[in-house]
Write a protein that binds this ligand. Structure first.
Ligand code: HEM
Length: 399
């Protein structure tokens, strides 16, 4: 009987745990190690419905009781303002559209397309430095998206290592000392605020300058909102893509037949990236939502004022939606998965993530015809916490 999702059994094999929940308790009431109650939604149809239900809110600033529940992230409510930023991911309509529109205006498909040669270059540069044995996570999958988002936003190259540290600390919130998290978030936003001011004084050809300009033209965003949006883009743009690359690489190493198919036909790469996202995506559960009033999800009644997490990882393995859902199939027709979320908070960076994924896997396949694990699979470990689903390291040999 599953009691909690905050234990070793879950980390070792979340897919089995979720299979049990989808079958027996599709809307599962559990508690964090700190004793905060939370409901976890695991079936595909329920996940999609919950993501579009206006009775589920993401705006915790309107709900003081929920702010107290910040203990869920290991923090106390005094640090709440610093940790939960004023950006599109943590607001409801109509503010959501206002905050998202400004970024959408400047973070266009054309900008992502134009960035592709730099993604290729950054990826090739990282791979050039690798010896016969390396850690795919630390030596490649972590720096690649950090450098790409740094380049996109216009963060000076010498600051990229610091950016990685701040971003890691912020996302590790659930397992770190809250003070450390608040300090990192504060330093990071102070740094971004200064950079915004520098770009206002002297615009450059980067996303941050474009956002500052759009803010000045429209006057639709406060200074705090602008900085917190840059913060969101940095963290969301970095942490997730790391695990698309590593979870996908591990899936291929575990399935030599699928690896062989992909090597034989690199035209399958875009479909394969979609399948990696479905099969073992980087985001396990959504960010927190809360019920503004009583709601019924999948036949289970959830009272008002409760915390809800929807599991994208689980939805993507739901046999009611995907034929042979537990099988990795790089030829599976794309579409339908919810690895990028669903509804108004659907991932704004999906086109960039897909570009990075396709480039990364093409380079890895081309460069390392004999890629294999450098340690027995049992030695791999998964990072703690419910939000992200990713390894702590992936030691490999190139031949
Ligand atoms: C939102 C996944 C990469 C920016 C989301 C959400 C998911 C997600 C599941 C919705 C969360 C929720 O509803 O609680 C992913 C995955 C990625 C990825 C799996 C990589 C494989 C990126 C990148 C960027 C980005 C590269 C930016 C450069 C955002 C933003 C939001 C978001 C801004 C908030 C959208 C909103 O609230 O309207 N992402 N993401 N993501 N993502 Fe991503």
């Amino acid at each position: 009987m599953i009691e909690t999702l905050f234990d070793e059994d879950y980390l070792r094999d979340p897919h089995s745990v979720f299979a049990g929940l989808r079958e027996g308790r599709p809307v599962f009431r559990t508690a964090t190690p700190q004793g905060v109650r939370v409901w976890v939604v695991s079936r595909y149809e329920d996940v999609k419905a919950a993501c579009t239900d206006p009775r589920l809110s993401k705006d915790f600033t309107n709900n003081p009781d929920m702010i107290k529940s910040n203990e869920l992230e290991g923090g106390d409510s005094s640090g709440y303002e610093a940790v939960v930023p004023h950006n599109m991911l943590f607001v409801d309509p109509p503010d959501h559209a206002r905050l998202r529109r400004l970024v959408g205006k400047v973070f266009t498909a054309g900008r992502v397309q134009a960035l592709r040669p730099r993604v290729e270059q950054i990826s090739a540069g990282l791979l050039d430095k690798l010896g016969p044995e390396f850690d795919l996570l630390h030596d490649y999958a972590v720096p690649l998206p950090a450098m790409v988002i740094g380049e996109l936003l216009g963060i000076p190259e010498e600051d990229w290592p610091q950016l990685i540290k701040w971003s890691n600390t912020t996302i590790e919130g659930a397992v770190l000392d809250p003070e450390v998290v608040v300090r990192a978030a504060t330093e990071f936003t102070t740094y971004l605020a200064e950079l915004c001011e520098a770009r206002r004084a002297a615009p450059a050809d980067d996303l941050l300058s474009a956002m500052v300009q759009a803010q000045d033209e429209e006057g639709a965003l406060s200074g705090r909102e602008l900085v917190d949006t840059a913060f969101l883009l940095t963290v969301a743009g970095h942490e997730t893509t790391v695990h698309l690359i590593c979870n996908g690489a591990l899936a291929l190493l575990r399935h030599p037949d699928q690896l062989a198919k992909l090597r034989a036909d690199p035209g399958l790469l875009p479909a394969a990236v979609e399948e990696f996202l479905r099969y073992d995506g980087p985001v396990s559960t959504s960010t927190l939502r809360f019920t503004k009033e009583r709601v019924t999800i999948g036949g289970t009644e959830i009272p008002a004022g409760q915390l809800v997490l929807v599991s994208f990882l689980s939805a993507n393995r739901d046999a009611a939606q995907f034929a042979d859902a537990d099988r990795l199939d790089v030829t599976r027709p794309a579409g339908q998965h919810v690895a990028f979320g669903h509804g108004i908070h659907y991932c704004l960076g999906a086109p960039l993530a897909r570009t990075e994924g396709v480039v990364a896997f093409r380079h890895l396949l081309e460069r390392f015809p004999g890629l294999r694990l450098a340690v027995p699979e049992e030695r791999l470990s998964w990072r703690p916490g419910l939000l992200m689903h990713g390894l702590t390291g992936l030691p490999v040999r190139s031949s």
